[in-house]
Design a protein around this ligand. Structure first.
Ligand SMILES: [Cu+2]
Length: 144
């Protein structure tokens, strides 16, 4: 069975699955995914969307210490949110988050001892609505 035929059957209803070799479990899973896709656009509006980044995207900032603050449109679950950075040599380094009860919609961390070069922050946050979002913030540390 080709992928193309599978796709065609999926869009025309359950009747066309008969004799196609797709088992009831796979069928159920596909319909569950379709149902999820149908509700997704509405749910997406409640995700944590990044609204402000320090350092700004593609900014060049002075080292060796850099304060990171990423602010969102929604309160975050810090216990299940993650921040890491790719160093100029390609190493991925997890960053401990600094909790600020006065700013529950922000991720904060302090990078220390940075040399000149290109860095990429990787964030993954869980909003209080239970949805996960992720993204990257590239920036550079300039020569001193
Ligand atoms: Cu959401």
């Amino acid at each position: 069975m080709t992928l193309k035929r599978k796709y065609g059957s999926m869009t025309t209803g359950t009747g066309s699955w008969r004799g196609s070799g797709v088992g009831p479990v796979a069928r159920g899973l596909i319909w569950a995914l379709l149902a999820l896709a149908a509700v997704w656009p509405g749910a997406a509006t409640a995700h944590a969307i990044i609204q402000m980044a320090t350092p700004a995207v593609n900014a060049t900032v002075p080292g060796p210490d850099v304060d990171v603050v990423l602010r969102y449109n929604s309160r975050l679950d810090l216990q299940r949110s993650r921040l890491s950075v790719t160093l100029p040599d390609g190493t991925l380094k997890p960053l401990p988050l600094i909790a600020n009860p006065a700013d529950p919609a922000a991720l904060a961390a302090r990078l220390q001892g940075l040399t000149a070069g290109a860095y990429v922050l990787h964030w993954q946050v869980l909003a209080v609505d239970g949805h996960m979002t992720r993204g990257n913030v590239p920036f550079s540390v300039g020569q001193r």
